[in-house]
Design a protein around this ligand. Structure first.
Ligand code: PEP
Ligand code: MG
Length: 761
């Protein structure tokens, strides 16, 4: 049964289009079940009607002609009930609807199961027989399994069909939305350019050779050519990114070293394999090995290895490189798997946005996209990337949405956002040196979250008053080993100097979860509930002590350092971390370095700490809320999993009540309170937080000007009234719609965006 299923799925996956895929399904299922009829009806989202799309056993002429309302007939009943329907005498059923052209009158038994993808009924899979009998439990279970397995494939194929221009009912498709994960903020409107690997490793055959020297020489030439391409891309990017980010290219190139991939390929050639076959064998083995690793950072490396392998193959096959392609001035680069090298191939002034079917916010591409301020959506799993060349599309990097065939209204909507972004950046010039003060005189400090040096440069030009969160793991992530204490010290000094005399809050290494280091892999079943943040560094005091020592030494003469502890879930973690930090401080002073003891803060981002704010606050100098993780842990929703992305709701009433409680408890304890999760950078979120009593909001530099504009236009009285109304809401949807209507009533429609046009709530 499993093998049979696997074969069907494989065959369906290999089908070139939806029609062919559906034909494979009906043919194979009918044969596997030994029934007389197998048919697929798909629900056209535009007309909301079922269309018979494929059949084995009914009159083939009725394909595309037989159509039913969404609750009409037995098919409609299956769809509405979202359950299988098993009948021994279908024509007797009151909902039976007879279509003379199909020739189905002779079939009495009927089994229909819904095809459901992401809660949406896509269609109904039906088998029928002449003799009157109920299908047995095994048959029903088989059909349910087939349908569940194929739903994603059908969704993908359907999207491809719709993207070919027409819906089932023959209308022009519009605003076809694909959901993914937000990789980098911003909106891009433009035309798709599909980037694909120049050669296909999967199809390279085996071949034995005798001219080993000749094959080795070919390999060397191909590897050298790829190296040169990538070095050129790196040079091309050099003026746009910082050396730290360029280091990504060195990591990438390292894969081609003799000691790594190339050496192994050569070993196989020595055994008599031709270069292309040896390359395929080594690369695919690496890829399958990396893909099987649970750790998401390492898994991402499989993409880099495959991409490099394809490039070498292209040279081996003497294909021309993709570097000479033409790019429209509004290029949206899309690919099955975007890699840093692909990104560098497009001239920067032509590149508007990035979309990748695979990948996560942890991918190198996402890091680069953020550094280059390019809207980016990753993990768009249902998007048929290969079919979209030249299509007009919109990338909503705020909400992780991509739209094909955008309607005039949608384009206008997003153009307004793009204009607004431009406007905000030019208004920023005027705002830059003005305080963030509400109309009735309440000052709010707007800080930034940083990681790469590019963030620092942008933050300064955006008028940030300090750094609320410096994610120290970012320089660790783009290095090939733990950075030495001295290297860290230089890096931290750069941050402290850049913002001097404003404060810089450095978080101690927060690895684990989705952030792992290539040289320190952590492989766990449930990484977000595992060895993360302070848990790792307290277990490795040598890492923690070295990092804290580098931070404190770097602050000499500047004294604008604050240290922040991530993932605190127990008081003992605070105490142990404080003990180590004090130790380092005294040792540094004993060494004759004149430093002051930096303020120490704890992050509240785990539910247990929400209930211990008072006890934690008594021990530290400040509290900082990590609303990203707090939302994830309160709602039990993996923040990076596209399957549950619609459940990740920062405006969930439980999140709001938790944030409010934290604020009240921190105020009662008399300790300064800041927040550094994404919510602080959302204009609506910033209003709520201000009303709750948060006075330090730390956010992505890109969002800062918008938040400043909003907060300067409101009064505390109004914000507190909005908060009262929101706290009375019992669903995230109600919170959002109430907030939006408050903003609109007050004339702030301008600030209600960006809300996902697909309504992700
Ligand atoms: C958070 O969890 O809200 C936070 C700011 O930290 P990170 O996003 O780095 O986990
Ligand atoms: Mg966090």
């Amino acid at each position: 049964m499993l093998n049979l299923l696997r074969r069907i799925v494989q065959e369906v996956n290999a089908a070139p289009g939806l029609d062919q895929a559906l034909r494979v399904i009906v043919t194979r299922v009918r044969a596997a079940m030994g029934t007389e009829v197998c048919s697929i009806y798909l629900l056209d989202p535009d007309s909301n009607r079922y269309f018979l799309m494929a059949t084995e056993g009914l009159n083939p002429d009725s394909i595309g002609k037989v159509t039913l309302g969404h609750s009409e007939g037995l098919v409609g009943l299956v769809g509405v009930r979202e359950e299988p329907l098993n009948l021994d005498d279908a024509p007797e059923h009151p909902r039976y609807r007879y279509f003379p052209d199909t020739g189905e009158e002779k079939f009495r038994s009927f089994l229909g199961v819904p095809i459901i993808h992401h809660r949406k009924v896509l269609g109904v899979l039906v088998v029928q027989q002449q003799d009157s009998r109920l299908f047995d439990e095994g048959e029903e279970a088989f059909l349910v399994t087939v349908s569940a397995q194929l739903a994603a494939v059908i969704a993908h194929g359907e999207a491809t069909g719709i993207l070919s221009g027409l819906s089932f009912a023959g209308q022009q498709a519009r605003d076809v939305c694909f959901k993914g994960a937000a990789g980098a903020n911003g909106v891009a409107i433009g035309h798709a350019v599909v980037s694909y690997p120049p050669a296909d490793l999967n199809v390279v055959p085996n071949k034995l050779i005798t001219d080993i020297g000749g094959e080795l020489a070919q390999l060397d030439a191909a590897v050298a050519a790829v190296r040169l391409d990538i070095e050129n891309v790196g040079r091309e990017l050099a003026s746009r990114i910082r050396p730290e980010e360029r280091a990504l290219f060195d990591v990438y190139l390292g894969i081609l070293d003799e000691q790594a991939l190339t050496g192994e390929v050569k070993a196989l050639i020595q055994k008599g394999h031709w270069a292309q076959g040896a390359l395929r064998a080594v690369v695919l083995e690496y890829v399958s090995h990396f893909e099987a690793i649970a750790d998401s950072y390492l898994r991402e490396r499989a993409v880099d290895i495959r991409d490099l392998g394809q490039r070498v193959l292209a040279y081996l096959q003497k294909q021309s490189s993709t570097l000479q392609r033409e790019y429209p001035p509004d290029t949206i680069l899309i690919s099955e798997e975007l890699t840093p090298a692909m990104l560098g191939e497009v001239p920067r002034d032509r590149l508007r946005g990035l979309v990748s079917v695979r990948g996560s916010s942890n991918s190198h591409v996402a890091i680069l996209a953020r550094a280059m301020n390019l809207p980016c959506v990753l993990g768009v799993v249902d998007m048929p990337a290969g079919k979209l060349e030249g299509m007009e599309m919109i990338v909503d990097g705020y909400n992780g949405e991509v739209f094909g065939y955008p309607s005039a209204e949608l384009i206008t909507y997003y153009q307004r956002i793009v204009e607004e972004e431009k406007q905000v950046s030019s208004d920023l010039e005027k705002l830059r040196d003005l305080p963030c003060r509400t109309e009735d005189g309440q000052d709010i400090s707007l800080w930034v979250n940083t990681g790469l040096m590019t963030d620092v440069m942008r933050s300064l030009s955006h008028g940030a008053e300090g750094v609320g969160l410096y994610r120290t793991e970012v320089p660790f992530m783009i290095s090939e080993r733990f950075p030495s204490e001295l290297e860290q010290r230089d890096c931290y000094r750069e941050q402290l100097e850049a913002f001097y005399p404003n404060p810089v809050t450095m978080r101690t290494l927060d690895i684990g979860g989705d952030k792992t280091l290539p040289y320190f892999p952590i492989s766990e079943e449930n990484p977000f509930l595992g060895w993360r943040g302070i848990r790792v560094t307290l277990d490795h005091p040598e890492i923690f002590l070295g990092q804290v020592r580098a931070m404190i030494k770097a602050s000499e003469g500047l004294d604008n350092l604050r240290i922040l502890l991530p993932m605190i879930s127990n008081i003992s973690e605070v105490e142990e971390a404080l003990r180590l930090i004090y130790r380092v401080y005294h040792e540094v002073r004993e060494d004759g370095i004149d430093v002051v003891m930096p303020p120490i803060g704890a992050m509240i981002e785990v539910p247990s700490s929400v209930f211990q704010v008072k006890e934690i606050a008594e021990r530290v100098d400040f509290i900082s809320v990590g609303s990203n993780d707090l939302t994830q842990y309160l709602l039990a929703v993996d923040r990076n999993n596209p399957r549950v992305a619609n459940l990740y709701q920062p405006f969930h009433p439980a999140v709001l009540h938790a944030l409010y409680k934290i604020s009240l408890d921190a105020q009662a304890a008399g300790k300064p309170l800041s927040i550094c999760g994404e919510l602080a950078g959302d204009p609506g979120g910033a209003i709520i937080l201000t009303a709750m009593g948060y006075r330090f909001l730390s956010m992505n530099a890109v969002n800062l000007p918008r938040v400043k504009l909003v907060l300067r236009s409101i009064s505390m009285e109004w914000a507190e009234d909005v908060l009262r109304r929101l706290l009375a809401c019992d669903t995230p949807q109600l919170v959002r719609s109430t907030l939006e209507s408050c903003l609109r009533e007050a004339g702030f429609e301008f600030f209600t965006r960006p809300s996902g046009k697909a309504g992700s709530d």
